[in-house]
Design a protein around this ligand. Sequence first.
Ligand code: NAD
Ligand code: UFG
Length: 341
Amino acid sequence: MKTIFLAGGAGYIGSHTAVELLNAGYEVVVADNYSNSSPEAIRRVEQITGKSVKLYEADIRDNAKLKEIFRENKIDAVIHFAGLKAVGESVKKPVMYYRNNIDTTLSLLEVMAEFDVRNIIFSSSATVYGESNPVPYLETMQRGVCTNPYGWTKAMMEQIFEDAAKADENLSVILLRYFNPIGAHPSGMIGEDPRGIPNNLMPYITQVAVGKRDHLTIFGKDYPTPDGTCMRDYIHVVDLAKGHVKAVDYILEHSGVEVFNLGTGRPYSVTEIVNAFEQVNGVPVPHEYGARREGDLPQFFANADKALKLLGWKTELSLEDMCRDSWNWQKKNPNGYRNSD
Ligand code: NAD
Ligand code: UFG
């Protein structure tokens, strides 16, 4: 049985990926410093799957600790989720973002080389396409000019991986460019658990719906889109997690560097998301229209043909599924994992 190491695996996407990897028959080892997560997520992964996960509390920048983990486990592939991801915070604390995100990557590459682990899959983002590429985004497009330090860390880390793989033909890399993950596991046991005021749309909507926040502000109504609000390629986190399983299957059989968009290829506007959420769940989401948020692009979405062709992956879940599962998670866990810590 092959063992996959999830760096930052207790987080939102990592925990869902752990479920799908375990269901697919992989062994899973997770390390996380819980800077934005809780070990409870992994306990619930174990409950959902009936399988166990080897869990380490560790900072991925800590080479000594990483070596201990690599010594204790025969790792076949790494998935690197460990990063800070709040765009606005990255503008205020750029050094913290560069330090955390770049250092985790360098430590993983160093320790992987020492232990002859040859496969790494990286959580990148559609943000690397920058401001000027036309939509839909294609993997062959140049990385663009990013609008914030978070985006730059992703672009820089992609470059680091490409350079490392160029210098070491034994190193295989898959860069996964996620679009906008929302939703939760259908059990309602794991989901997105932001700390403080959510930055992202869906957790904000669910917190308004559950009564924790008064109303949603929709940022901008004068964009060049059919209803004037921004459009994004929202992807169900379970579809995204299954994309990681396909990427693991692939990297264990192929060498080199590959980049894949993971999205649906179908954008929805903010207003469409709010309306869909209200209709699917039968709950109101009080909202008003406000000013544009700095750095937001009017519209972007994926061309996901390459993932279908090479990985045999495409999304299966609908916007209705995304809205229902997000709400199910929020309703069952109004305070996220906090009551369980
Ligand atoms: P998340 O914050 O839920 O998960 C990231 C995890 O990494 C957290 O559990 C956090 O505690 C951990 N972590 C951070 N720094 C660490 C360190 N130095 N050592 C150990 N653990 C550390 O975020 P997520 O939504 O699951 O995102 C996972 C990855 O995907 C991130 O790299 C993120 O940038 C990327 N991504 C996310 C989105 C999104 O919208 N959610 C979009 C594109 C890319
Ligand atoms: N939005 C609102 N009100 C809110 C929150 C968001 O109207 O309270 C709008 C935004 O203006 C945007 C849309 O909802 O039009 C989606 O916003 P999110 O913050 O959920 O997502 P982004 O598209 O801004 O960013 C996400 C991730 C980034 C990643 C980027 C590209 O958060 O990490 O997608 O992949 F870089």
